[in-house]
Design a protein around this ligand. Structure first.
Ligand code: SIN
Ligand code: CO
Length: 388
C-alpha cells in the first residue's frame, strides 16, 4: 500500500488518500498510457446509437444557451449540430473489456465505491460547461486534448444559471488551467468546480466513484426492518420521568427514542446485509448480458482451450469478509456459496482473472456454471485480456 503508484504520479495510495482524496485535485501526466488508442471518436458515436446505452448529446447554442437530448439517440441527431457540442456515453466499461480492465489501476479504492466509466466525445470547442459533481472522478484523456480549468469548491447551496437543462455555474474563480494530452489524468474531488473544453477532437474517460446517500440507505434499512417481526414490539419505556407538560413530547423523550432506534441499527447485522445488497445493485441492469445456457461440458471445454474466468463488468459482485466463509452479493441478491468455493470467488470478486490450469475452478465445475450463465462471471477468450 505504501509503494509509489504510477497512476498517482509516484505517490503512495496512503499519501493520496490522506492528502487528496475528497479534498484537492491531482494532475498526473502520462498516468495511464494503456488507455491511449483504446477508443476512437467513431466507436463512441456508434455505441451512443445502440439500444440500452445511456447517452446525452449536449449542444451549446450561445454562451448561456444549452440544449440536452437524452438517449435514444439517432443518426439524425448528429446532423445540423451547434458549433460546440459534446456527446456523453455512460458505462462504456460495460461494453469494452479492455476499458473495464483499467479499473484495476484504482484497486487501492474499494470496488463498491466504483460507479462507471463515462466517455465524452467533443470536437474542438465542445464542453459541458462549468459545473461541479457530488462524486469523485478521475478524468483520463484517451484521445486528443482537453483544456481543464478548476475553480472554487461548491455545495448544495451553490447557485446555478437559470433556465438551463443542466446545472451550470455562473462563475468560476479559476486557479488551475492545464491542457491534458492522451494518457494524462486529473483527479477532481466532489464539489470542486471544473470546466473542460476540447482543444481538438477529444475523448475523455471519467472513472467515477460514488457513495450511497442517506435517503437511499435509510429507505432500504427501513424496508428491511419493517419486515422484521422481532422489531414490531414497542420500545421499553426507560424514560420514567414525571410529565412536566402532559401535552408535550419532551426533548428527553425524543432523545431516548432516537438513541433506541440508532441502537437497533447499530447492533443489527441486517444493516451489513442491506448495505451489501444495495451496493451490489447494478446501475445499468440492461447492460448485463442475457442468461447463457452453457453446460458443464461446454465450460470444461472452453477452460481447457485457454478461456479464463473473471467478473462480468456490467454485474456487481462483492462480499462481506467478516463472515466465515465470506458472504457474497451479486446484482442486489445474496449468493449461496459453499466454503470451498468462497476463497476462489473472493479472488474473482477482488478482480482476479483465473485459469483452469491453476485448479482454481476445481473440484466442482458446476458450482461455477450458474454464476457464468447468470452473467455474474464471464469467460474471457484467450489473449483478449490486455496485460496491465
Ligand atoms: C467531460 O468529459 O466533458 C465532462 C466530464 C466531467 O466534467 O465530469
Ligand atoms: Co464534471
Amino acid at each position: 500500500m505504501s509503494q509509489p503508484l504510477d497512476i498517482l504520479g509516484g505517490i503512495s495510495a496512503e499519501q493520496f488518500l490522506s492528502e487528496y482524496w475528497q479534498k484537492k485535485p491531482l494532475l498526473v501526466r502520462a498516468a495511464m498510457p494503456e488507455i491511449v488508442g483504446l477508443l476512437e471518436p467513431e466507436d463512441v458515436k456508434q455505441l451512443a446509437l445502440e439500444d440500452h446505452v445511456t447517452a446525452r448529446l449536449i449542444q451549446q447554442h450561445a454562451a448561456q444557451q444549452w440544449q440536452v437530448k437524452n438517449a435514444p439517440l439517432q443518426p439524425k441527431d448528429f446532423k445540423k449540430l451547434a458549433a460546440h457540442w459534446t456527446l456523453l456515453v455512460q458505462a462504456v466499461d460495460h461494453f469494452s473489456l479492455d476499458l473495464a480492465a483499467l479499473w484495476q489501476k484504482f484497486d487501492f479504492l474499494p470496488q463498491w465505491r466504483r460507479d462507471d466509466i463515462m466517455v465524452s466525445y467533443a470536437p474542438k470547442g465542445g464542453s459541458v460547461g462549468q459545473h461541479f459533481d457530488f462524486y469523485d472522478v478521475f478524468l483520463v484523456q484517451s484521445y486528443g486534448h482537453r483544456r481543464w480549468q478548476l475553480g472554487q469548491m461548491c455545495d448544495e447551496h451553490s447557485a446555478f444559471l437559470a433556465d438551463q437543462p443542466i446545472k451550470l455555474l455562473p462563475d468560476m474563480n479559476v486557479y488551475f488551467d492545464e491542457i491534458l494530452a492522451p494518457g494524462d489524468l486529473l483527479y477532481v474531488p466532489p464539489g470542486l468546480s471544473h470546466h473542460g473544453v476540447a482543444e481538438d477532437d477529444c475523448l475523455t474517460c471519467s472513472f467515477g466513484f460514488r457513495m450511497p446517500n442517506p435517503a437511499n440507505l435509510l429507505d432500504r434499512v427501513s424496508d428491511h426492518f419493517a419486515d422484521n417481526n422481532s422489531l414490531k414490539n414497542p420500545f421499553v419505556d426507560l424514560t420514567r420521568r414525571p410529565s412536566q407538560q402532559s401535552g408535550a413530547i419532551e426533548a428527553a423523550e425524543i432523545a431516548f427514542l432516537k438513541a433506541q432506534l440508532i441502537e437497533k441499527i447499530q447492533h443489527s447485522t441486517d444493516f451489513d446485509a442491506v448495505l451489501a445488497s444495495l451496493m451490489s445493485e447494478p446501475n445499468f441492469p440492461d447492460h448485463i448480458p442475457e442468461a447463457d445456457e452453457l453446460t458443464v461440458d461446454d465450460l470444461a471445454q472452453l477452460l481447457n482451450t485457454g478461456f479464463q474466468i473473471q467478473r462480468e463488468p456490467a454485474s456487481r459482485l462483492l462480499y462481506l469478509p467478516t463472515a466465515n466463509p465470506a458472504k457474497f452479493y451479486a446484482n442486489g441478491e445474496a449468493l449461496y456459496i459453499d466454503a470451498e468455493q468462497a476463497p476462489i470467488l473472493q479472488r474473482l470478486a477482488d478482480g482476479a482473472c483465473l485459469d483452469f490450469d491453476d485448479q482454481f475452478l476445481c473440484p466442482e465445475l458446476d458450482c461455477w456454471l450458474d454464476l457464468i450463465n447468470d452473467a455474474v462471471l464471464t469467460l474471457l477468450e484467450p489473449q483478449v485480456h490486455p496485460s496491465i
